[in-house]
Design a protein around this ligand. Structure first.
Ligand code: HEC
Ligand code: HEC
Ligand code: HEC
Ligand code: HEC
Ligand code: HEC
Ligand code: HEC
Length: 208
């Protein structure tokens, strides 16, 4: 028997595997194939997908990789419904929390991933980050600084303390990211982390 949940034991060293990642430590509603075993309490956990004592690439269980791996548990139509066919989720974890050094504007890896599709000139949504680090949505959504350190902004006042922020808000490496406002790992691609009725999302950080 393990002394604590795997989310806590493995997460002690792999904290990023719990942020902007596939759910872990949950009781599946659907049937899971026996190659990906649930733990003693019937939960999908780290070792449902990983063999921590193995030597396969990424310590992944079984022989399936990439999309094939995901399709072991999910139906094809689960991904077909997403605007990007799930392409942005295939890595399993999104490494949020790692501060990028030497990157122009200090964008975190999650924002870089989003911008991989959302900043090309061909993006029908027209999202872009300009040279000063201002994220420009299309006309109807907010334009917003991105890549800025929350703690730096806080020193000038007008922001709630990070400890008071909803757990839904992620600040990878302490910075404002696409995934501070949008869910980075969700079946509803691009969903806001919370409803923005009466600017509730904005007031989560801005203390006006
Ligand atoms: C004491 C710290 C520690 C704990 C606890 C820990 N790991 Fe690791 N893990 C490591 C280190 C160090 C590596 C090697 C990283 C490298 O090679 O860059 C690693 C590698 C991995 C990799 C492979 C990474 C790759 O790119 O190939 C996976 C997957 C992984 N661990 C999963 C787990 C799981 C699941 C658990 C819990 C059962 C766990 N780890 C617990 C430290 C830990
Ligand atoms: C639904 C399946 C799934 C679950 C559950 C899962 N992982 Fe992973 N994990 C993956 C996939 C897929 C990869 C990418 C493997 C590859 O290199 O192809 C990965 C990669 C990793 C890596 C390598 C580095 C990285 O961040 O990409 C670590 C470390 C890791 N997982 C730890 C964990 C820990 C700790 C847990 C539990 C908290 C966990 N995983 C739960 C699917 C899962
Ligand atoms: C071992 C089985 C298993 C594998 C492999 C697996 N998943 Fe899942 N996934 C689940 C379960 C269980 C849930 C929880 C929902 C449910 O019970 O239907 C889930 C939920 C999700 C969600 C919904 C998250 C949310 O909160 O909206 C997404 C997105 C997802 N998986 C994507 C993937 C991707 C991408 C891969 C491949 C990297 C993958 N899954 C591999 C079992 C799996
Ligand atoms: C693999 C490419 C790809 C990646 C990576 C990607 N997206 Fe998308 N996204 C798309 C496509 C394609 C659409 C649909 C465009 C359309 O409908 O014209 C879309 C649509 C959206 C929408 C609008 C959804 C709606 O229902 O109106 C949002 C919001 C969004 N993406 C946010 C994000 C965020 C945040 C990230 C990073 C966590 C991200 N995207 C990563 C391809 C991608
Ligand atoms: C400060 C919060 C915030 C940040 C940071 C943020 N967004 Fe948004 N985003 C929003 C809001 C609010 C909407 C409007 C959503 C709605 O009306 O449902 C939106 C809408 C979108 C849309 C829909 C089309 C559009 O332009 O209106 C896309 C695509 C999108 N965001 C992508 C991104 C990407 C990519 C990033 C990171 C580079 C990002 N967002 C960062 C708050 C944010
Ligand atoms: C995750 C926390 C967070 C959320 C959520 C958020 N903001 Fe911000 N916002 C910041 C930070 C941090 C700055 C300061 C950036 C800087 O110092 O340049 C900022 C700056 C701004 C600015 C520029 C003000 C200036 O004088 O530089 C505007 C305008 C703004 N936010 C509007 C919004 C709106 C509208 C929403 C809701 C859609 C929103 N913000 C949601 C954290 C957030």
């Amino acid at each position: 028997m393990l002394t604590a949940s795997q989310e806590s034991l493995c997460g002690g060293c792999h904290a990023n595997a719990l942020k902007v990642s596939h759910p872990s430590g949950i009781t599946p509603r659907k049937k899971i194939p026996p190659e990906y075993p649930l733990d003693w309490k019937g939960d999908l956990t780290c070792t449902s997908c990983h063999t921590p004592h193995g030597n396969s690439p990424g310590l992944l269980r079984g022989v399936k990789h990439g999309r094939e791996f995901c399709l072991a548990c999910h139906e094809r139509k689960f991904f077909d419904k997403m605007p990007d066919q799930g392409a942005s989720l295939m890595a399993g974890h999104m490494n949020s929390g790692i501060p990028e050094t030497g990157q122009a504007m200090n964008l975190d890896p999650d924002s870089i991933r989003c911008l991989g599709c959302h900043s090309q000139s061909g993006d029908p949504m027209g999202v872009n980050v300009d040279r000063r680090g201002v994220l420009r949505h299309s006309d109807k959504s907010v334009n917003h600084p991105i890549g800025v350190l929350y703690a730096d902004a806080m020193r000038f006042g007008g922001f709630r303390s990070p400890a008071m922020l909803s757990k839904a808000i992620t600040l990878p490496g302490g910075r404002v990211s696409c995934v501070s406002c949008h869910e980075g790992y969700s079946k509803q691609h691009g969903k806001l982390v919370m409803q923005n009725f009466r600017s509730a999302l904005c007031f989560e950080c801005h203390d006006l």
